[in-house]
Design a protein around this ligand. Structure first.
Ligand code: NAD
Ligand code: DAU
Length: 353
């Protein structure tokens, strides 16, 4: 986007990656103003925006609205004021989608539809509003070899990934059918500060700090290319600013694939905790074995990841060590009920990994 400082509507901006995007964009100090619309599900947390709210100049450029992207009466007036919408809002945890898929579809499909309709109304008024749909590498399904290109067929394999694929296909259909200015990002597995402790890295860091077992699914040889959260936010910003309308962009990690066992070893080594905490537990159903992205298209926009995993994992582990109150607050009644449902029977059937 070129021209005067933008007014962005960032949906899901109180979550892990969305809040990083908000913190990083406001820290640029270029006058950009942001409205965050967030439902504050169990994964959303206003404290993720506290660093912005502590700085009077940045705080003056941030407005927080508590609401649902599937609610047209909330979305419409906010899109009226926006130059662009960046949609991070989603139910984001694969394991929860296997237990209870419905919320994934409501936010991931109906919510995206409501946002797109509000954007399309602006076009009808002669005001072009860019729509960024933040999607995921999981839409390609499990990739046994090679690297996914943006032109590859989508083959999602979990309810989470299917909802994400549906959301981005709907967005793309608005570009094709109505000429809506849509761009899509497909990010790799992301890690860093402020990630909810249900996900692999923060779960293993926080459990290890408390000397609790680390439940490693299956043989632990599933491979991911980990992406530091600020690099993911940068990739979304590059696509917002310079992405070609109608195109999708992969956002890969540092290019070094790691099996979950190696990630677990790195967490334990950084904390100085023993491998004996690790339990091999029954696998996630339909577990994708490998994701790998080709990042050529995004690199052509001038983006490159800055944080290698070996540096990022140390920064992440130290952040959790220093922010115990933050993650203890996330381990609320809902989380404990989820943890029991997801892990109690698995840990009963576990073996030394
Ligand atoms: P998160 O679960 O930490 O945050 C999601 C945010 O969306 C929360 O603040 C939540 O309150 C909000 N939200 C959920 N439903 C909403 C609704 N109906 N209306 C308004 N707000 C709602 O997720 P995350 O890890 O930050 O992921 C952000 C986006 O990036 C998601 O779309 C996800 O699919 C995608 N993504 C995540 C990763 C990853 O590794 N975490 C990788 C690639 C893509
Ligand atoms: O690839 C991008 C995706 O990465 C995003 O779209 C999702 O929103 C995000 O949650 C993440 O999905 P994953 O399923 O890959 O992430 P998760 O942290 O849940 O798991 C990472 C790997 O670790 C995966 O192979 C499953 C494994 N795992 C996970 C948990 C929670 C375990 O072995 N044990 C666990 O307890």
């Amino acid at each position: 986007m070129t021209g005067p400082p933008a007014q962005l509507l960032v949906t899901g901006g109180a979550g892990f990656i969305g809040s990083c995007f908000v913190r990083d964009v406001l820290a640029r100090g270029d006058g950009t103003r942001i409205t965050v619309l967030d439902k504050l599900t169990y994964a959303g947390n206003r404290a993720n925006l506290a660093p912005v709210e502590a700085d009077p100049e940045r705080a003056a450029r941030l407005l927080f609205v508590h609401g649902d992207i599937a609610d047209a009466s909330v979305v419409g007036p906010l899109v009226d004021e926006a130059d662009a919408v960046v949609n991070f809002a989603a139910e984001s945890h694969v394991d929860r989608s296997i237990l209870d898929p419905e919320a994934f579809l409501v936010t991931g499909v109906i919510g995206v539809h409501v946002l797109l309709e509000a954007v399309r109304r602006q076009d009808a008024r002669g005001r072009r509003v860019r729509f960024v749909q933040v999607s995921t590498d999981e839409v390609y399904g499990s990739v046994e070899s090679g690297h996914s290109l943006e032109t590859d067929a989508l083959a999602p394999r979990s309810p989470y990934a299917a909802a994400k694929a549906a959301g981005e296909q709907l967005a793309r259909s608005y570009h094709v059918t109505y000429g809506t200015d849509v761009v899509i990002t497909r990010g790799s597995n992301t890690y860093g500060p402020y990630q909810h402790p249900e996900k692999l890295i923060p779960l293993f860091v926080t459990n290890a700090i408390d000397d609790q077992p680390l439940p490693l699914y299956g043989d632990g040889m599933q491979r991911r290319d980990w992406l530091f959260v600020d690099d993911h936010a940068d990739g979304v910003a590059a696509v917002l600013d310079r992405g070609e309308s109608g195109a999708a962009y992969n956002v890969p990690g540092d290019g070094v694939e790691r099996p979950n066992r190696a990630v677990t070893e790195a967490v334990l080594a950084t904390l100085g905790r023993p491998w004996s905490l690790v339990r091999s537990v029954p696998d996630r159903p339909g577990h994708d074995r490998r994701y790998a992205l080709d990042g050529t298209r995004l690199r052509a926009l001038g983006w490159a990841p800055r944080v290698a995993f070996d540096e990022g994992i140390v920064r992440t582990v130290r952040w959790y060590e220093e922010h115990r109150a933050w993650w203890e607050g996330r381990r609320d009644t809902d989380f404990r009920a989820y943890y029991e449902r997801q892990y109690a029977w698995r840990l009963e059937r576990s073996a030394q990994a």
